[in-house]
Design a protein around this ligand. Structure first.
Ligand code: C2E
Ligand code: MG
Ligand code: MG
Ligand code: MG
Length: 290
């Protein structure tokens, strides 16, 4: 968990405004000079079918090891890359590395990558991604999932719709990430044909603490089922949360209960069967892990 810790440090660091501006300038400079192909790497967090413990897919998450700054949290450098207008470069590296990994893992059902807000409303970026993805064989291409967040759809839904349609024509699936945190979550479901919804991890975390938490997750799950949308719940950290999530109908789970984001070798062990996640029944019967 050492890496997750750094996120907390970054938040503390930004407590003072002047300091946070300085930090932003420093990250900006480092990002400008960065050789992203070298300095950016992907980690992979499994999304598990809780019924049998099988890896349903994984999410590729970017890690930047800057020679000057050390590891910079993705929320920090993605936000700065957006301000700098350089997300196309970043996303191209991420998608290229994800495709490369998908080629190496024919046994992995699918892998998702995150697009940043600007990518979805940029014709240029989406066309350049389309060209890159089209160069792949269909067996690789159709296992790529693109995650977009609700907030990124806010600015220009028409352009987003057009660009996402291009990807869907190529056989990609589109996931709506951080579901429930945007301004018009339901409207996005109506306007855009998402294949997958990822319930934001704040709901996963709150599922046991309030009756409303459970009610909301159960309702989202039901909504997805009636629209034939796959539903993934994020941020499940404890067995109790998993139990409650399952009682709300959730089966596909992403969270620290199973695994933090793993490096390629670690995830590989689950794909070969060398390691296995416990089924739900085994989890309940087994010794306490929390
Ligand atoms: P996200 O797409 O919603 O990714 C899930 C985040 O939740 C990841 O943080 C993951 O490590 C964390 N997480 C997973 N399970 C748990 C859990 O049980 N508890 C808690 N507390 N956290 C959990 P990470 O890797 O730090 O990424 C943060 C965000 O940065 C991502 O949120 C995504 O918005 C963005 N990001 C990461 N990689 C990329 C990328 O390649 N491109 C873009 N545009 N954004 C990225
Ligand atoms: Mg995501
Ligand atoms: Mg998410
Ligand atoms: Mg999130």
């Amino acid at each position: 968990r050492a890496k997750e810790h750094k996120v907390g440090q970054a938040i503390e660091f930004s407590a003072s405004h002047a300091e946070s501006q300085l930090r932003e300038a420093v990250v900006h400079q480092a990002l400008k000079k960065a050789d992203l192909e070298k300095e950016l790497r992907l980690v992979f967090q499994p999304i598990v079918n809780s019924t049998d413990g099988a890896v349903n897919r994984c999410e590729a998450l970017a890690r930047w090891d800057s020679p000057q700054l050390g590891s910079v949290p993705p929320l920090e450098f993605v936000a700065i890359a957006e301000k700098m207008g350089m997300t196309q470069q970043l996303t191209r590296v991420v998608v290229r590395k994800a495709l490369e990994q998908l080629r190496r893992w024919p046994e992995l059902p699918s892998m998702s990558v995150n697009l940043s807000a600007q990518d979805i409303i940029s014709r240029e970026t989406s066309d350049s991604l389309v060209a890159m993805i089209l160069a792949e064989p269909e067996s690789v291409r159709e296992r790529l999932v693109l995650e977009v967040t609700e907030s990124s759809l806010l600015n220009d839904m028409e352009e987003a719709r057009y660009n996402l349609m291009k990807f869907r024509f190529m056989g990609l699936k589109i996931a709506l990430d951080d579901f429930g945190t945007g301004y018009s979550s339901l409207r996005y479901l109506q306007e855009l044909e998402f294949d997958i919804v990822k319930i934001d991890r704040s709901f996963g975390a709150a599922i046991n603490t309030t009756a409303r938490g459970l009610g909301l997750v159960a309702t989202i799950q039901h909504l997805c089922r009636s629209l034939a949308i796959e539903c993934i719940i994020e941020g499940i950290e404890t067995r109790e949360q998993l139990e409650t999530a399952r009682s709300a109908g959730c089966r596909l789970v992403q969270g620290y209960l199973y695994a933090a984001p793993l490096d390629a070798l670690e995830l590989h062990a689950y794909l070969t069967g060398e390691k296995k996640f416990p089924s739900y029944r085994e989890l309940l019967e087994g010794p306490a892990r929390d």
